[in-house]
Design a protein around this ligand. Sequence first.
Ligand code: BES
Ligand code: MN
Ligand code: MN
Length: 457
Amino acid sequence: MTQARFQLTDAQKTQANEELFALLRIPSVSADPQHAGDMSRAAEFLRAKLAGLGFDARVDSTEGHPIVYAERLKAPGKPTVLIYGHYDVQPEAPLEEWVSPPFEPTVREGRIYARGATDDKGQAYAHVLGAELLLESGELPVNVKFLLEGEEEVGSQHLEPYLRQKAQALKCDAIVISDGSRFAPDVPTVTYGLRGLSYIEVHVQGANRDLHSGSYGGAAPNPINALCEIIAQLKDDKGRVTIPGFYDGIEALTQDERDMWAQLPHSDAEFASSIGATGLKGEEGYTTLEQLWARPTLDVNGIWGGYQGEGSKTVIPAKAGAKISMRLVPGQDPERITKLAMDHLPTLAPVGAQVTVVAMHGGQPVKIDLDNPYVRAAGAALKTVYGKEAAFTRGGGSIPIVAAFREILQAPVVLVDFGLNEDAPHSPNESFALADFHSGILTSAELLREMAQIDVQ
Ligand code: BES
Ligand code: MN
Ligand code: MN
């Protein structure tokens, strides 16, 4: 039996929790300009902590939110590991659905409830404390660079130019990220793929003003009806996206991968009940895990138009709109997919509906080569901490900067996720199990120790 080599005392756990709570109390919502001051406060909090650990730490301003960069390079001849995370969080809305306030971390039944608890403050801070744990027993066994950004939830716009500009200084042998969900509570996981993203907005204009639905209804164009017709045509009865060219060039799933995923403990019925749904609706011919991790999809994320207030109002609105996200898989390029959608949607417009499609943001999908020593180190570290073999899975979410890391820094990316889907990132009552936070700290320390054994060429 493998024995965890690191332990946290009760005092260390309490200290860790309190520090994370302090970070969670800062409402660093990147989407909302009113929180600009909080963004700086969160960045400064992290800089000060890392400086206190003896890192060379600074806050770099960008045209958007600041980037925290810190390095401690005291392991000559050893690998250099860049740890990436984000300190920005999603907006807290809908506030009334939170059991305790989103920016007042509260522990209930072993879970910290707060916006950002799992995505990504809790997971990123586990690495900061992993480094502290190693430093308490001597020196860091590898060279460590922390890169903590404040714009992940709004598309990481300023990070890519930053990476290009500082490519030399950010040079590293591996990039470690904990910003997702592991497969299941009792399954430690190394994630080796993420979906990409293409996000568009569709605007439909009918008449030049709202109309009486009696005087005009039946003859005038209705942009909401038109929008629904358009959306209804975007998927066929097999759950396939109908945009011409959408599936071109997609990397097929290998039989090995399908077999590996089929071995994972998954039940469709439990998956459905875990989200309180009465059934699942995915693409024919693929299992649920394949649909989530290896198949692209299209979902309406928001829709508006017409009267939304109390009671009824008989009106044909002049305008309607929708936000649509497409999750992409390796072989699909977000710019190409966005263009295909922009070209196709207007062709579906019924008479009298003027359709405009606006491109929002995107992100490249990634698949990580498992055959590299840094990924294996993550498997070994998880085994030490959890006492179980790690599973290798892909994830359905997107971290758009990962592809840029690989391309610009030319180093392997290691995704080792401490969270769970049930932590409800982006939802009201987001949480992070204290036990997962503490295991994350231990995993981070073990991971760096494992990586220290890798020969740098
Ligand atoms: N941490 C998530 C990404 C994630 C979620 C990875 C679940 C794996 C599993 C990240 O903060 C996020 O929310 N990304 C956005 C994309 C971004 C461009 C807004 C996403 O996936 O929607
Ligand atoms: Mn995240
Ligand atoms: Mn997120």
